[in-house]
Design a protein around this ligand. Structure first.
Ligand SMILES: [Zn+2]
Length: 228
């Protein structure tokens, strides 16, 4: 294990278990995924107050957790397909005894099944719920992936498909999704897309690709319940 990972684990342990005992019970934040309470979440990169030291969730995971608890039915049989499974979300899905749950990932050993999102080994209309977060910004042929997601989703059911959307990048306004497939090196991708394994910077037009694949897109304001 790398020394940096060991230091991170010690830091998380301290903030999760020790710090709350000494902060005078001043609980300013509460993680809905694991019920950890503390003064604030840990920083990550340049962002402050984002990472739960107890379960490793970021803001987006905490939002999904709350949203999914709000929309997942518990009284009818459902089939869930989860891409690149996040531990806290897996735990939530598995807590639904009415759900048949399957996780997939392109890399072996990460999920219950290895599968390519652009060529899924499932019949049409197979799943009631699809959850796919922070995946498509890594996929060159994202249109093919979206067509596959639409194909395996049952008619009238829903998919939560999330990508990071940027209004600004490297000091420039992002009006349209930016991609350049001639940029293939990790350094180039870091420089132009913000992460060494991203293949584009998604703008607010990105939902047009969902529509082109057949989806009806809903802009959900659920987050406004939790912002001040
Ligand atoms: Zn947590």
């Amino acid at each position: 294990m790398k020394i940096k990972n060991v230091i991170n684990k010690i830091k998380c342990f301290y903030y999760a278990k020790i710090a709350p005992l000494t902060n005078g019970n001043e609980y300013l934040v509460n993680c809905p995924c694991c019920d950890w309470r503390g003064g604030k979440f840990l920083p990550s990169g340049k962002r402050n107050n984002v990472l739960c030291p107890n379960c490793g969730s970021f803001e987006r995971h905490r939002l999904y957790y709350l949203y999914l608890k709000n929309v997942l039915p518990s009284d009818i049989k459902i089939k869930i397909l989860h891409f690149a499974p996040e531990k806290v979300i897996t735990r939530l899905f598995k807590s639904y005894t009415n759900a048949e749950y399957l996780s997939v990932d392109i890399d072996p050993g990460v999920a219950m099944m290895q599968a390519d999102i652009t060529n899924l080994p499932f019949n049409n209309n197979s799943f009631d719920v699809i959850f796919c977060s922070h995946v498509l910004e890594h996929i060159i042929d994202d249109n093919k992936a979206l067509i596959e997601l639409f194909r395996v989703l049952k008619s009238g059911c829903f998919a939560i498909i999330q990508v990071p959307i940027k209004d600004e990048f490297n000091g420039k306004k992002i009006n349209l999704t930016f991609e350049d497939f001639s940029i293939t090196s990790p350094e180039g991708r870091e420089k132009f897309f913000g992460q060494s394994d991203h293949v584009r910077v998604c703008g607010r037009d990105y939902s047009d690709r969902f529509k082109a694949a057949g989806f009806q897109v809903e802009i959900n304001k659920f987050i406004e319940n939790y912002t001040v």
